[in-house]
Ligand binder design. Sequence first.
Ligand code: PAY
Ligand code: ZN
Length: 308
Amino acid sequence: RSDALDNFYNVYHTFDEINTWMDTIVTTYPSLASQFTVTTSYEGRKITGLKIGSAGSNKPAVFLCGCEHAREWISTAVMLYTVGLLIDNYGTDPEVTDLMDSVDYYIVPVLNPDGYVWSWTDDRMWRKTRSPNEGSVCVGTDPNRNWGYQWGTGGSSSLPCASTYMGTEPFSEVEVSGTAQFLASMPNIKVFADVHAYSQMWMSPWAYTHDLPADFTEQNRLNQLCAEAIQSVYGTVYEYGTIANVIYVASGSSGDWTYNDLGILYSHAVELRDTGEYGFLLPEDQIEPSGIETFEAFKELGYAAAGA
Ligand code: PAY
Ligand code: ZN
């Protein structure tokens, strides 16, 4: 890592700081980076991301997002780190250069900005959105139980106070419906990864059932490549397989919908470091190794998109 923004990447950042950083990236690297808008949150915040890649039209694309769950700060830090590594290595590292010539990365640092801001200002352990629930004092829906495929069929709660509250109906959360619409409008997206923390797992559908999808062999081939790519850097061990089989049944999660409804074969749920020692409170000195090791897996996703 080389550039002047270096120190920026090794600390956690507020939502405002991230937005300012995105502006800086776009103005500093206009040929490699542009900003896009996904949708708007319940409290009116813009959900945006950076499209990273060299010029070229109709390129296949990888979509990566962090902090669908507010407290999982390392996932956002890794999104920022990934942008830094892609840009830094363009023109110097032949692999990354080739990759950015053939693939675009759509990187959304914070998918749930209302929750993310709340986790900075009021409750570090907040997970859900911040939309009110009628008839309840409890706020928020679990956005990763709110996607529309097999919604409410297991591993989610119908109680508004639960941390896995599924919402009143599929896509009740504007962050989720807006992201789904954005993805549906982007046919070039061949690979999807919803990045969470923690547990060190690289997963694919299904989340709603223990049954294996028809494409499991091919999907798990990429899961394994990603897990091995990560392990090759510092030895960090990732489990891999389907979401239901590796972690637990979770209906209404993002990857089931992107796979089933959009036909994105390579739809992933990723759990970053650690395995529970620090959990959501991962120290900042683990941002850099997390960023560097995860980047190796994100390269594999790029190759998969290029070949898909
Ligand atoms: O699709 O990633 C998925 C489902 C599994 C995750 C979920 O519950 O949404 C796993 C948890 C997460 O990242 O939110 C794991 C963490 C440690 C938790 O809060 O239980
Ligand atoms: Zn999560």
